[in-house]
Design a protein around this ligand. Sequence first.
Ligand SMILES: C[S@@+](CC[C@H](N)C(=O)[O-])C[C@H]1O[C@@H](n2cnc3c(N)ncnc32)[C@H](O)[C@@H]1O
Length: 199
Amino acid sequence: MTSEKSSELNSQHESQIRSHQPVMLEEIAQCFATVPPGVVVDATFGLGGHAKAILKANPSVQILGLDQDADAIANAERMIANDASLHGRLTVRRIRFDSLNTLLEELSIKEISGALFDLGVSSPQLDIAQRGFSYRNDGPLDMRMDQRSELSAADVVNSYQESELVGIITDNADERFARRSLERLLLLDRLRRLRIWLK
Ligand SMILES: C[S@@+](CC[C@H](N)C(=O)[O-])C[C@H]1O[C@@H](n2cnc3c(N)ncnc32)[C@H](O)[C@@H]1O
């Protein structure tokens, strides 16, 4: 990636952080305001909006923030570096939350005071076209939340058997018209690649 492209992505990311509105912020802060002192796991740290609100609402907790996305963790590390009040109160790790038990053992944390799972995609994942999650923005069919993953969505749609893809859409997307959706997806991907090739 050129340095111009990378700084364009960074400034896109910074403006996302500023305009980010976490869902049910007040309600979540209230829920965690009364949990006992100790560690609260934010299993889907994202831009850290919930984590910051919880730390403010409950001065007796520390947050262990997890995310599989490199950008989310880089942002969290910048947040910690720039805000002394977070030192000792916010720790972040780039892992999938299904490895939480192992991480808690590694950190010798025997019990936690609470956990938050805000499942879904984050606003930068949707809004930064290169991440490939958006229908609105023109970008590659990538969709990897963890950028270290080997398979992008384009690899999957172009290398799996059609029957496997129909199964994935039916099982995971609760989609009654899986075959029709798949045909549209494949057509869109072919058009996208044709357009890139024509450029
Ligand atoms: C809806 S956003 C969270 C927003 C966050 N609560 C905030 O206030 O900014 C979901 C985040 O969870 C992360 N995520 C999704 N599945 C994950 C998993 N299995 N393990 C770790 N992180 C995951 C995504 O990368 C994304 O950053």
